[in-house]
Design a protein around this ligand. Structure first.
Ligand SMILES: [Zn+2]
Length: 65
């Protein structure tokens, strides 16, 4: 683990496994359709998790969808 873990990491929880098939073969993409916040003038996007096995997509931070 590096020391450069940012505050953002604390706020935006990463997906650990797929809620459908419990695969850990995930990728995360940013939902760039809208910024949820700005941090140091950088837009923060919602992270969307995508399961590579079953293609299920969800928002791991538990936002509305
Ligand atoms: Zn899955």
């Amino acid at each position: 683990m590096e020391q450069q873990e940012t505050i953002l990491k604390v706020k935006i929880r990463m997906a650990k496994e797929c809620p459908k098939c419990h695969s850990k073969n995930l990728k995360e993409v940013e939902d760039k359709t809208k910024a949820i916040a700005y941090f140091n003038h950088q837009p923060i996007y919602r992270k969307k998790a995508v399961c590579r096995d079953c293609t299920y997509e969800w928002f791991p931070e538990g936002g509305a969808e």
